[in-house]
Design a protein around this ligand. Structure first.
Ligand SMILES: [Zn+2]
Length: 148
């Protein structure tokens, strides 16, 4: 595995607001060379997926807003970052591209759909401000709200 690329992913993670990174259920971030065939096929079926677009990353798991506290987790929540497609698509600024992908998938994890995630690139910051302003018990109370 490409150490340099892994370090960039690590750096991209470190740019997220501390309050988001500190969430006990923050998903793992996994670097994978190429998106698996079935994931690619799934994406191609989506209505809003532009033809010929590479998949740079994906969030696999339950959206934070839709999760029930008693729910049994079968698979851990994971953010996949696809190295090959990112290297092919990043025009010059690899760091910026990796950061964009990581923030994008974290926003999905926070419960936002594709349209919102594309429109508001700073969702993790908004989420930290709106939902995580106070520590502790209030986090759970405000989880069902969404960032406008
Ligand atoms: Zn997306």
């Amino acid at each position: 595995m490409d150490r340099h690329f892994e370090e960039i992913v690590q750096w991209a993670y470190s740019t997220l607001p501390q309050k988001i990174r500190d969430l006990p259920d923050f998903p793992g971030i996994q670097v994978v060379e190429e998106p698996p065939e079935d994931v690619r096929k799934d994406a191609a079926k989506r209505k809003n997926w532009p033809k010929g677009t590479e998949m740079l990353g994906v969030y696999s798991g339950v959206h934070r807003t839709e999760r029930q506290h008693f729910q049994t987790r079968i698979a851990p929540d994971l953010i996949f970052v696809f190295r090959g497609p990112i290297l092919r698509c990043a025009k010059g600024d690899l760091r910026a591209e990796v950061k964009r992908v990581v923030w994008h998938e974290v926003a999905h994890w926070l419960g936002h759909d594709e349209e919102e995630v594309r429109k508001y690139q700073n969702i993790p910051v908004l989420y930290a401000q709106k939902h995580l302003a106070c520590e502790g018990s209030k986090i759970i109370a405000s989880e069902r709200e969404r960032v406008a």
